[in-house]
Write a protein that binds this ligand. Sequence first.
Ligand code: 6PG
Length: 509
Amino acid sequence: MSDLTKLCDIGLIGLGVMGKNLALNLADNGYSVAAFDLDAGRVNAAVAQDEAERGSQDPRLVPCQSFEDLLSKTKQSRIIILSIPAGKPVDSVCSQLLALGLNLDDIVVDTGNSLWSDTVEREASYQGKFVFFSCAVSGGEVGARFGPSLMPSGDETAWARLAPVLEAISAKVDAKTGLPLVNNEPGNPVKEGEPCVTYIGPAGAGHYVKMVHNGIEYADMQLICEAYDYMRNALSMQPKEIAAVLREWNKGELNSYLIEISAEVLEQYDPETGKPIVDVIVDKAGQKGTGLWTAVSSLQVGSAATAIAQAVFSRALSSIKTQRVAASKIYKAPAKASFSEEEKQEQIKHLHDALYCAKICAYAQGFDLMKMAAKEQGWTLDYAKIAKIWRAGCIIRAVFLQSITEAYQRDAELENLLLDGFFAEQISKFEGSWREAIIGSIKAGIPMPAINSSLSYYDSFRTAVLPANLLQGQRDFFGAHTFERTDKPAGEKYHLEWSLPERPLVKIS
Ligand code: 6PG
């Protein structure tokens, strides 16, 4: 039981949905929390919720009126958690705390969706003043409250101090089955099982891995939306009927949080009109930027994260609603085909298989991106552990992540998930259906950019000789950019003198 006449174990700044729930989660796990937000109403609401859940005999959230107040109410060798918007607010709060007197052994933990390179800079710029540590959080508000997936990185001594706290508040999975152990009951956190937190690496690595998590999340969501679109508009199915299909899919390989919530959204009716809620939600996707950062990073490191980039492009296309409405009046969709019940069921099966194969590709791309970035940054990432901590708590949690964990446990140096025996077998089993689904979408004029680009990724990946030989010829033709020969050692460069009539071959290096 906590004694509030004593200093608090942890200071927490920012009591929005995520911050408040992290504070309550910490309290559930026995930590006393000095809580502050610029909005005093949020402080009062968080303290009131803690008291309501725990009873006024055992409050664990201590309200603070200012940064100074929070510093004075937190135990020395402070742990201060920031749950504030990424970007400038993080710098602003850090400099205000620093001006009030942070110590060398104080740890400030940034839990926001910060850009990983900002984290690298912050860690360096605060060195010798206090420890700037990052711990990316996934799981939305319920995750924050009852167990998120956590991706900490930075100073290893700080990690040693933070590990017990982060392990306590994180989601847990059953060590034998890899399945989440859930209890969404206040005051009763899950204590057993494997915690969904692991030290990721030096500063920035955790935020990078979280960024890729979000990129995969974008792809995963887009893939589900494409399958929905086909069922709704080519197969003329009602939202409720589609929800039933998703619930069925959720019993197998596709079992995931995102499939589950998609079914819930499709089953929901609008309280105002009584229509399916999905029909009154405007089809313009928002975004806060992490998917875009992932796509940009994939271009920069040269990793073909096509499904992730496509998901970002799809959000962009969704947002130009006025133009789309205008275009819909100019361009006719292909005539709608009608399908027998048997044909419809067959197409639903194709969609399932296409979704599964495309999902494998999207995850393969995300892990490849992390691998390429780690090489560039000199990080040693443990991919089996990353897959493990995504098995529960986070938005992309899925049964499927157990298979990814096992693939990297079989081979920690695995070049690409598509080279793992299990995934190769899965793709071969469902590939035909994947192609059929895409043929169907093309005929019906239903866009399936992420499912489609994943197939192109797979087809490129499995092809020993790509037309880049012609491309290299083109580059050499107009720019003397040279090429390597299939019959000579790698690295030897050749150029053909295209402008001379005899076109002689010249060895450049
Ligand atoms: C998570 C989520 C979380 C947030 C996304 C939403 O892992 O808990 O990814 O980080 O909900 O940033 O992103 P968009 O607003 O860009 O869709």
